[in-house]
Design a protein around this ligand. Structure first.
Ligand code: MN
Ligand code: MN
Length: 472
């Protein structure tokens, strides 16, 4: 039986002709480069599981490459960096042309959906020590139960010191977990409920310890034991958790996926796949024609609010610093002019068609894994609400850049109209008059603890971003 077509009769055959596997375009040297990239990328994913860790790792890499603090007043040759609140990171690379003609800008985000610990989180119940968590970003709660979790965190002490917490990643580290009810007894509390009601956020309580403190009697000894561990291990008192950012993330390294090892599975690929690609693309540039800026935002997953999110005016501050580093007046007027003349990629992963849930996509405008990164003219919801939408001329310019560089890419949209929706930071950059379009590799199981990408798409994403940054 023939599959029902939902593309209004233009036919699945045409659509297939438009989609081309990246694999067919890879030369032997490309394949070697792809494997090297993929291995490095898996290491990056496994090493940088929080927005701070992403920012720290990038800062380390660009500092090694000769980038200097843009606000230190030293001359900027290779490039400069600007960081805000230990998270939001901006990079600038001078071009052969000065900045008055605008920048080639890539923006991505380093945060990912996760569970945070609440400021007051430690408690004891039924002889067990537990921690209360708080959702961060759009995650499917049931995916986080009954699986090993690592804890990563940054604890700021009243005396100005900070303590880094990291547990659960080493092969012999203990992990934490959130328990789930056994199927024998789940009928009333889960099974007969709607999915949205079956997993209340307040039930995502983290199992932390079980052995009571040797001294004392009765209730409270397990909590006391837990507080003792926090104190002994990290020097933390219960009150210090109020000024801590403690994040629970899926434990363990990113892995190759598939019998053919053609894919990569791991946590946080939205959007660290773009972060990794953009860093590689930036550092590959040798004296680009146009100056470059790269911004790794935080807080994209909760709507870009906050001082480290894209709702802040950081892009203006970075542009001003770049102007000053280029010997130009960083005036309000100049900042506005150079931003309005800039062109940008909002680098974020896109939804790959899941063969098991095909009905959520419009076939013709859907992205297939392994068929190249996706150029998405507009995101948003039905009726283009919330979409900045790249204008036709800019789409043409991007197509030309990619095609001239031999990039295999796809033109896609998030899903069918009225199916749901989503967005990126694009509209917040468009506010400054920047030409911007969404672009990134398709990912399966997005926002889950184990997101999947294709090595071939990663490779093409780097090729595309390199070409974009080098474009004149
Ligand atoms: Mn994203
Ligand atoms: Mn996301």
């Amino acid at each position: 039986m023939k599959e029902k077509s939902n593309d209004g009769g233009s036919g699945a055959k045409d659509q297939k002709d438009l989609k081309k596997p990246v694999w067919d375009a890879l030369k032997e040297t490309d394949r070697r480069e792809m494997e090297t990239l993929a291995t490095e990328y898996r290491g990056f994913l496994s090493q940088a599981k929080t927005e701070r860790a992403v920012s720290d790792l990038l800062l380390e890499k660009v500092s090694q490459a000769g980038f200097v603090d843009l606000e230190a007043g030293s001359p900027v040759e290779r490039g400069g960096w600007l960081r805000h609140h230990g998270k939001l990171l901006g990079l600038f690379m001078p071009g052969r042309d000065g900045p008055l003609g605008g920048f080639n800008l890539i923006v991505a985000h380093g945060d990912a959906p996760r569970l945070d610990l609440k400021p007051k989180c430690v408690y004891e119940d039924s002889g067990l020590g537990l921690l209360k968590s708080n959702l961060y970003g759009g995650l499917k709660k049931f995916q986080w139960l009954a699986r090993p979790l690592a804890i990563w965190g940054f604890c700021a002490m009243k005396d100005g010191r900070h303590v880094d917490v990291r547990l659960g990643e080493g092969p012999d580290d203990p992990v934490l977990t959130i328990t789930d009810i056994l199927p024998h007894l789940d009928r009333k509390v889960q099974r007969d409920k709607r999915l949205s009601d079956a997993f209340p956020a307040e039930r995502l309580n983290v199992l932390a310890n079980s052995e009571p403190l040797a001294k004392g009697k009765g209730k409270g000894r397990v909590k006391d034991a837990l507080l003792g561990i926090l104190s002994k291990r990290w020097g933390l008192a219960e009150e210090d958790l109020i000024s801590s950012e403690l994040e629970l993330v899926p434990a363990g390294p990113a892995r190759e996926v598939g019998f053919d090892s053609s894919m990569i599975g791991g946590y946080g690929q939205d959007d660290r796949l773009s972060v990794f690609s953009s860093l590689k693309s930036l550092l590959a540039q040798k004296k680009p024609r146009r100056p470059i800026m790269l911004i790794i935002y935080d807080r994209e997953e909760i709507g870009s609010y906050g001082s480290t999110g894209a709702e802040s005016n950081f892009v203006m501050r970075l542009a001003a610093a770049a102007l000053a580093a280029s010997g130009l007046e960083p005036s309000w007027h100049n900042v506005q002019v150079v931003l309005a003349r800039s062109r940008a990629i909002s680098a974020d992963v896109e939804a790959a068609v899941d063969p098991t849930f095909k009905e959520v996509h419009d076939d013709l405008n859907s992205g297939w894994l392994g068929h190249g990164p996706c150029l998405v003219r507009y995101t948003g919801g039905a009726g283009k609400y919330g979409a900045s939408e790249a204008r036709a001329e800019y789409m043409a310019q991007i197509r030309r850049i990619f095609d001239e560089a031999g990039v295999v890419w796809q033109s896609t949209l998030l899903g069918k109209q009225e199916e749901g929706g989503g967005g990126t930071v694009a509209h917040l950059l468009a506010y400054h008059g920047i030409s911007i379009v969404d672009f990134g590799p398709p990912v399966l199981s997005m926002h889950s603890p184990f997101e999947i990408c294709s090595k071939a798409d990663l490779f093409m994403n780097v090729r595309a971003q390199k070409a974009f940054l080098a474009s004149s």
